[in-house]
Design a protein around this ligand. Sequence first.
Ligand code: MG
Ligand code: MG
Length: 256
Amino acid sequence: MIIRKTPAELEKMRASGLLVHSILAELAGMVQEGVTTMDLEVAAEKMIRDAGARPAFKGYYVPAVGQRFGFVLCTSVNDEIVHGLPSTKVELRKGDIVSIDTGVELNGWFGDSATTVPVGEPEPKVKRLLDVTKESLERAIEQVRAGNRLFDICAAVENHVRANGFSIVKEYVGHGIGTQLHEEPQVPNYIDRRNDNPRLKEGMVFAIEPMVNAGAGDSKLKPDRWTAVAKDGSYSAHFEHCVAVTADGPWVLTRP
Ligand code: MG
Ligand code: MG
């Protein structure tokens, strides 16, 4: 069942979303050569606590891993797709890209967003990967309208990514969000015909999060059992926003 939110509840999700936005904006500004992903983690945790919120990821139990996640951020560098672990040993260098993904719970409501930031000026092909992934998210956001169907969101990402010669990562998907970090439905970045294709209704909220590889879409897990990485070692980009269906069209809760 997809839980629909009232306008008052959406306002609460908006507060969570704006907090996530401000954290990611701050972290993106910190990204430069020599910064470690643990530096980002430490700064993020302070911002979350100072705002009176709770980190959504830290302590989150993932049955597939059989462990709780240990950090407030996922930091995924270069060929890492998602769920990378912040570390004092991972120092960013010129030419790297880092996906920063975080979530918060504020007054019982969740926000979740991700961005991918280049370290220094990216090479043209890397810039194109970032642009295409971001554009695919924007196209998906445009589909978040009452009367459309879930597959309209999925297809918007898939079509744009394929048309530009990049690959969708299929193993990891977006999701509904509200009083839980992960609610129904799953929101894949491609049309998965094994899933239902419900009609979108006012009050539904989706965390849409294209994960796009420059090479093939295949992924594998690193020995840490959390970090998903592109099998062929190609760069991978990740952007995410929470988007509500409203009478006025899509409302992106995780940006001003
Ligand atoms: Mg998410
Ligand atoms: Mg996220």
